[in-house]
Write a protein that binds this ligand. Structure first.
Ligand code: ADP
Ligand code: MG
Ligand code: MG
Length: 206
C-alpha cells in the first residue's frame, strides 16, 4: 500500500514514468493516426525530465506535483505540455500544505486538474481530447467511496472507458480537428495517456 505522504507520491510518479516509457510507441502510433505522431515522445521526454528531479521532491505532496508541473511545462511542448502542466499545477494548489493525501483531497485535486485543463484548452466533453477521459474520471472519483486506492481505481476505470469512447468521435479541438470527419475511428492519444497516468497512480496506491 502506497503511503500518501510525499514519499508515496514520489514512488507513484516513478511508476508513472515507467508506464509512459512502456507506452511511448503506442501513444506515438495513436498520434500518427490523427495528429503529428509525437505524443508518446513528448510525454516520454517530459517524464524522463521529471524522473531526474525526484531525488529532491520537496516537503509535501503539493510541492512534488508543482515540480512535475514546471518540468512538464518546460520540457514537453506541443498541446499536451501546457495542458498536463496546468493539470498538475492546479492539483498542487488544491492540495495546499497537507502532508498526507486522503480520498477527499484526491477528489478535490482531480477536479482542480480538470478545471485547469478546461480553462487552458477550452475543450468540452465530446471534443475528442483528454477532457473526455478526465471528466468521467472526476465524476467516478466523486461517486466512489473508500480508500485512496479505491478512489483512484474508480477514476482510472472511468478514464479508460472515456478514452475508448473517443474512438467514434470527430475531433473539435487540437491538431486532430484539422482532419474533420477523418478523425473518427481512432482513439484520442491524450485521452489514452490520461487513462494510463491515472491507472499508474491507482496501481501505485493499491
Ligand atoms: P500536439 O498536438 O501539439 O502535437 P500532443 O501530440 O503532445 O501535442 O498532444 C495531443 C493531445 O492533446 C490530443 O490528443 C488531445 O488529447 C490533447 N489536446 C489538444 N488540444 C486540446 C485542448 N484544446 N484541450 C484539451 N486537450 C487537448
Ligand atoms: Mg502530437
Ligand atoms: Mg506536436
Amino acid at each position: 500500500l502506497m503511503s500518501c505522504t510525499v514519499d508515496g507520491v514520489v514512488s507513484a510518479l516513478r511508476s508513472v514514468v515507467a508506464v509512459v516509457d512502456e507506452h511511448r510507441d503506442e501513444l506515438v502510433t495513436l498520434d500518427r493516426e490523427i495528429g503529428d505522431g509525437d505524443h508518446g515522445e513528448n510525454l516520454k521526454r517530459g517524464f524522463t525530465a521529471v524522473l531526474s528531479k525526484l531525488d529532491n521532491p520537496g516537503e509535501t505532496p503539493a510541492a512534488v506535483l508543482k515540480l512535475v508541473a514546471s518540468t512538464l511545462i518546460s520540457t514537453v511542448g506541443g498541446a499536451a505540455g501546457p495542458l498536463y502542466g496546468t493539470a498538475f499545477l492546479r492539483a498542487s494548489s488544491a492540495l495546499g500544505q497537507t502532508p498526507e493525501l486522503t480520498p477527499e483531497s484526491i477528489v478535490v485535486a482531480l477536479q482542480a486538474a480538470l478545471d485547469g485543463v478546461v480553462a487552458r484548452g477550452k475543450a468540452a466533453v465530446g471534443d475528442k481530447t483528454m477532457v473526455d477521459a478526465l471528466t468521467p474520471a472526476v465524476e467516478a472519483a466523486q461517486a466512489a467511496s473508500g480508500s485512496v486506492a479505491e478512489v483512484l481505481s474508480a477514476a482510472a476505470d472511468a478514464a479508460d472507458q472515456g478514452s475508448r469512447d473517443t474512438i467514434p468521435l470527430v475531433a473539435r479541438k487540437g491538431r486532430a480537428s484539422y482532419l474533420g470527419e477523418r478523425s473518427a475511428g481512432h482513439m484520442d492519444p491524450g485521452a489514452r495517456s490520461t487513462a494510463l497516468l491515472l491507472r499508474a497512480f491507482a496501481d501505485a496506491a493499491s
